[in-house]
Design a protein around this ligand. Structure first.
Ligand code: LMR
Length: 329
């Protein structure tokens, strides 16, 4: 080693011994499939802000929105492989890992997001966060989006019979598949990132989603009618790799836990407001008609979708369904 190299080595050793050279921060990737201006998009950014503030120099959180890093098809495997540390799939996308979470897909189970929130905070709701630990997945919290609306490229969309024979894009959920079959429609499972094009080119006639997703993905530009059905919910579970999480230094885990709790409160606090804002924007754009429903219309949808409950109550569990229903009171 020449003199200059020896000098450099000595300087590095000295710096390390007095602690002036810091270890590189732990890079944490958070991938999701929606736009930034949505409840999930904003909650993920809030988590980054809070985690980096709580753990300065120790963590760097990189957020990847709009399926940029991983889309629906790959994100779960990516968590298990350690290619990404946090994702927040909709609760409809877990049925390969647990049948219990399918609960949230039962049509007309919850009256509104307040009821969803109440159930998620109950002992039964919290237990579901740990329903996939045997598969290596840990749930860290629930994030709200909102109630689902139904849209098609047809002028008439008011009663269940109006969707007979139509093709609908659905998330990867057997319950949602049964829901559309119950009203005589043809469901097609498809990744979120492919929906706009499928609607635009007529591969499918319609879809179901929240106002915030319908607006931010511009679905309202390629659909004629959006019926205000509120027939189900799109919420999320933030998940991580259980082994990675348990192996984190205690101070980092604690800081991340705290940041997650605060980001959850923030995101869940703005979700309703975002959906109302986006409903208004869609109405103002005047491209798709918003079809309001009478009590009688809603009752007809509810009745048509009822068989789905019977079909899945064995897998989900009658007790869990009863516990969820209590949250409506
Ligand atoms: C969908 O796939 O329709 C949505 O659930 C996407 C999302 O994450 O909101």
């Amino acid at each position: 080693m020449d003199l200059k190299s020896k000098f450099v080595v000595a300087a590095v050793v000295a710096a390390l011994s007095v602690g002036t050279v810091n270890a590189a921060p732990l890079v944490i990737k958070f991938s999701h499939v929606v736009a930034e201006a949505t409840p999930k998009g904003q909650a993920a950014l809030k988590f980054k802000e809070l985690a980096e503030k709580a753990l300065p120099g120790k963590v760097q959180v990189q957020v990847f929105p709009s399926s940029q890093l991983f889309g629906d098809a790959k994100e779960m495997e990516a968590v298990l492989l350690g290619d990404v540390q946090f994702i927040a799939p909709s609760l409809s996308k877990f049925d390969r890992y647990t049948k219990k979470v399918q609960l949230f897909d039962l049509p007309f189970l919850f009256d509104d997001i307040a009821a969803v929130d109440k159930f998620q905070h109950s002992a039964d709701g919290k237990a579901l966060l740990n329903s996939m630990t045997s598969k290596g997945i840990k749930g860290l919290g629930y994030w709200h989006n909102g109630m689902k609306q139904l849209s098609t490229d047809k002028d008439k969309l008011k009663r269940p019979e109006d969707v007979k024979g139509l093709k609908f894009r659905i998330q990867a959920s057997d319950v949602l598949e049964a829901q559309f079959r119950a009203v005589g429609a043809n469901p097609q499972k498809m990744a979120f990132s492919e929906v706009y094009q499928a609607l635009q080119t007529g591969v499918v006639d319609g879809q179901e989603n929240t106002w915030s997703n319908i607006y931010s993905q511009k679905f309202y530009e390629v659909q004629k009618t959006i019926a205000q059905t509120n027939h189900g919910v799109i919420d999320y579970m933030v998940i991580t790799n259980a082994k990675w999480w348990d192996g984190l230094p205690a101070d980092i885990r604690k800081g991340l836990e705290q940041a997650m709790e605060e980001a959850t409160a923030y995101g869940n606090g703005v979700a309703n407001e975002f959906n109302e804002r986006d409903r208004k924007r869609i109405a103002e754009a005047g491209k798709a008609k918003i079809q309001e429903l009478s009590k009688d219309d809603v009752a007809a949808w509810r009745k048509a979708m009822e068989p789905v409950w019977k079909k899945f109550e064995g897998e989900i569990g009658k007790d869990l369904i009863q516990a969820a229903l209590k949250a409506n009171k």
